[in-house]
Write a protein of this length. Structure first.
Length: 458
């Protein structure tokens, strides 16, 4: 039955009233929504009671599972009753915000000085761009404003953060990227590495490309470089060995700030608390969100080191005001819930659990590499990707018109797996609490969906 056959069904009302992000609206009006009704651990259930393993933790965020446990709900309830809203504007503060800022600074992978709360990863990255402008104006370098990110990066969807994002869907017909944002080589050896080139040599070439871009633009005009430790929404791209070491040397040479986007990798995803630790990164600013609250309530943070903070403080002091802030940034209920989630991470050693079961995910995904449809499997910790290929040896992607990626998505869905197929790459980023048995069940189902897709192709 289509959504239109019962006009008062939830599906019909959805189609009538709601515009969906990252959805083809024409197809949605024809097919209607999948209505997710409830969750339990790594699983969610649709309105008919069918269960799915959520292979992407929702949007790479629901680390502790899909029904928040009693103690988290209790903290939210108690905070709502005690102080249901307050803000940090005009020098005000509340205890959950103070405690969370302190906890983030204490656990930061490198020394950080201050936390500025926002509500989303996009806002955190957008805020970083504004602070970088303010910082360079404070230092009397108004020409040092351009920002470099990478092709296939994902940093969000506001005008500025979508400009950092390096994906065609986020730019096309939105008149983006905006001026002053440049993209350099994506560190994806599978596609951009040359024949016979070692991963380390490819990393050298990426750093050379960055250097060449900086020289072409003028180093005095380049303010900052943004990077995710593992590129998530671009297709789960793990940088080759030595990549970040070489990139960071270039940035240092030209006094370019390094902003690390830990929105996916932060809080245990790559086998350490931070992607910065997994890849040896020394950022000046860190954007984080998602797993900070297990995705239960919206909250994000931008951390900045003293080098960045001090000139901003002095300049804002001269102006008389730091003119930035979001109504809901550092919301007390979100802060209280995030603190409880961080407490659970610590008490149950959730990051160590993720590090312990991560190799099982990687090993099981590698086991799919011999499938005729699979070109490459890759990943680190509890994040992984399986890239489909039309021609394994030549690493040729499928023609998008063939619709193999979407077909794989449908077959996964039918087999009880929810995840995202990004182009030809099936992405995995399950809740951090997933067990080895659940990983096995998930990958067994993926193998069946690959067979279904192969049969569909023929
Ligand atoms: N940065 C990264 C690495 C992300 O993966 C995302 C979202 O997936 C964002 C930023 C944007 O976060 P939000 O959707 O909360 O604005």
């Amino acid at each position: 039955m289509t959504p239109f056959q019962r006009p008062n069904s939830a599906a019909a009302r959805d189609v009538r009233h709601q515009m969906h992000p990252y959805t083809n609206p024409v197809a949605h009006e024809a097919n209607g929504p999948m209505i997710v009704d409830r969750g339990e651990g790594v699983r969610v259930f649709d309105e008919d009671g069918k269960d799915y393993i959520e292979g992407l933790a929702g949007l790479w965020c629901t680390s502790l599972g899909f029904a928040a446990e009693e103690r988290v709900a209790r903290v939210a309830y108690d905070q709502l009753r005690r102080l249901g809203f307050y803000h940090p504007f005009g020098g005000k503060a509340h205890t959950p915000g103070i405690d969370l800022a302190e906890a983030l600074i204490a656990m930061a992978p490198v020394p950080m000085s201050k936390v500025l709360f926002c509500n989303s990863g996009s806002e955190a990255n957008d805020t970083a761009i504004k602070l970088i402008r303010f910082y360079n104006n404070a230092l009397g370098r108004p020409e040092k404003k351009k920002i470099i990110s990478r092709t296939k990066a994902y940093h969000g969807v506001t005008v500025a953060s979508a400009s950092l994002t390096g994906l065609p869907f986020n730019h096309r017909d939105f008149d983006l990227p905006m001026d002053g944002v440049l993209h350099t080589t994506c560190p994806h050896p599978y596609h951009f590495g040359a024949e016979g080139e070692s991963p380390e040599d490819f990393a050298t070439r990426c750093a050379e490309d960055l250097e060449a871009l900086i020289q072409a633009e003028g180093p005095e005009t380049i303010a900052a470089f943004f990077a995710e430790p593992v590129m998530g929404a671009g297709g789960v791209i793990v940088p080759p060995p030595t990549y970040f070491e070489k990139i960071q040397a270039v940035l240092k040479r030209h006094d370019i700030l390094f902003v690390v986007d830990e929105v996916i990798c932060g809080f245990g995803r790559t086998g350490n608390a931070w992607g910065c630790q997994t890849f040896g990164l020394q950022p000046d600013m860190i954007a984080c969100a998602k797993q900070m609250s297990s995705g239960y309530l919206p909250i994000a943070a931008l951390m900045l080191n003293e080098r960045v903070y001090a000139p901003i403080r002095d300049n804002a002091g001269r102006i008389g005001m730091f003119g930035h802030g979001f109504t809901y940034g550092g919301h007390p209920v979100s802060c209280a819930v995030a603190l409880e989630v961080l407490a659970i991470y610590k008490e149950r050693d959730v990051f160590a659990h993720a590090a312990a079961v991560g190799p099982r995910l990687q090993q099981r995904l590698r086991g799919l590499a011999d499938h005729p449809l699979v070109g490459e499997t890759r990943g680190v910790g509890l994040i992984g990707g399986v890239e489909l290929s039309r021609d394994k040896a030549a690493r040729r992607p499928f023609d998008p018109a063939q619709g193999v990626g979407p077909a794989m998505g449908l077959h996964l869905h039918a087999r009880g797996i929810i995840t995202r197929v990004i182009g030809d790459t099936v992405a995995f980023s399950p809740p951090l609490v997933i067990t080895e048995e659940e990983i096995d069940t998930m990958v067994d189902r993926v193998a069946l969906a690959l067979d279904d897709t192969l049969a569909w192709c023929r």
